[in-house]
Ligand binder design. Structure first.
Ligand SMILES: NC(=O)c1ccc[n+]([C@@H]2O[C@H](COP(=O)([O-])OP(=O)(O)OC[C@H]3O[C@@H](n4cnc5c(N)ncnc54)[C@H](OP(=O)(O)O)[C@@H]3O)[C@@H](O)[C@H]2O)c1
Length: 278
């Protein structure tokens, strides 16, 4: 990645295919990583009200001093704020903490079966109508929830952000996302670090002069309609994680990596996911 070579982007919202995840970064680290990632060419940042780091993420954005329209900034509304007026209040509070005039993408962080999706989407659409976000989307939505969201939303749902990495088969979500032409943003793309020393990924990496982490990320962004948002607290790793657009995995290598999927591969909230997705 370099400033002269823009990242490939995905879908109607032109989401840059690789972004910086920020969950769990402490304040100083979040500010530094955001500033340095933008300096090295990242143009997509992922945060959430729930992460309690929108302030430092916004400071990192200000430090980088880039034109605002060069950055694709995503934040999320936590699922206990899903009544229509609460969605608006959450968005306004996020934007104030971030110190920006708008975000590029506002996501519903998790489905909430206790509040009608129609009402929540009405609130989300109103936030876009008011110019507080350019695009709207969802996160952790099953294929059935995705289809409902598309049906009930006035504006396009531009992505579903879900856990996706080589240890977790997401064929059902991918099939629906392609049918609905909704990109997938892959969170925990390194399986929260579990893939960084995987022997198969390491072996494939040697062939391409890349690390196992780079192969894990390349495998995601090489799939049509898939973006990835790895998180790191280390500037050098952020640089390495972005260097995945200068090589290509063969069809055989793509299939071999897919073969790493296993039934217990899900890292984030398997119980909640089972309850929501059935
Ligand atoms: N929508 C949702 O519900 C949801 C849920 C989870 C996550 N997310 C988003 O997705 C982002 C990424 O997911 P994640 O943080 O769960 O997991 P991840 O990005 O798969 O993995 C992060 C872990 O990998 C390590 N790491 C990163 N790059 C590395 C490299 N090149 N070599 C070795 N280790 C490396 C990091 O450690 P170091 O910091 O030490 O480098 C960290 O421990 C989050 O930050 C968040 O923005 C969204």
């Amino acid at each position: 990645m370099s400033e002269s070579q823009p990242l490939p982007s995905v879908g109607s919202a032109q989401i840059p295919a690789l972004g910086l995840g920020t969950a769990g970064l402490t304040d100083d680290v979040a500010r530094t990583l955001v500033r340095e990632a933008l300096a090295m060419g990242y143009r997509h940042l992922d945060t959430a009200a729930f992460y309690k780091n929108e302030g430092p993420v916004g400071q990192g954005i200000a430090d980088a001093a880039l034109p605002r329209d060069e950055i694709f900034l995503t934040t999320k509304v936590w699922f206990d704020q899903f009544h229509s007026d609460e969605v608006r209040a959450s968005a306004e509070a996020s934007i104030a903490r971030l110190g920006v005039d708008y975000v590029d993408l506002l996501l519903l962080h998790w489905p909430n079966p206790d509040i009608p999706l129609e009402e929540t989407l009405r609130g989300l659409n109103a936030v876009a109508e008011a110019g507080l976000t350019k695009h709207i989307g969802v996160s952790n939505f099953s294929p059935a929830w995705m289809a409902n969201a598309v049906r009930l939303s006035e504006r396009p749902i531009v992505c579903n952000q879900v856990e996706y990495h080589a240890r977790l088969n997401q064929d059902a979500v991918l099939a629906t996302s392609r049918e609905l032409a909704i990109p997938i943003v892959a969170y925990s793309p390194l399986a929260q670090g579990a893939l960084v020393d995987d022997p198969l990924l390491t072996e494939i990496g040697v062939r391409h002069d890349k690390t196992a982490s780079q192969v894990a990320l390349r495998w995601l962004v090489q799939q049509p309609g898939v973006c990835a948002i790895p998180r790191t607290s280390k500037v050098e790793r952020a640089k390495a994680n972005a260097a995945v657009f200068d090589f290509r995995l063969s069809d055989e290598e793509m299939s071999a990596v897919a073969g790493l999927a296993r039934p217990d591969g899900r890292r984030i909230n398997p119980e909640r996911m089972a309850a929501l997705w059935g």
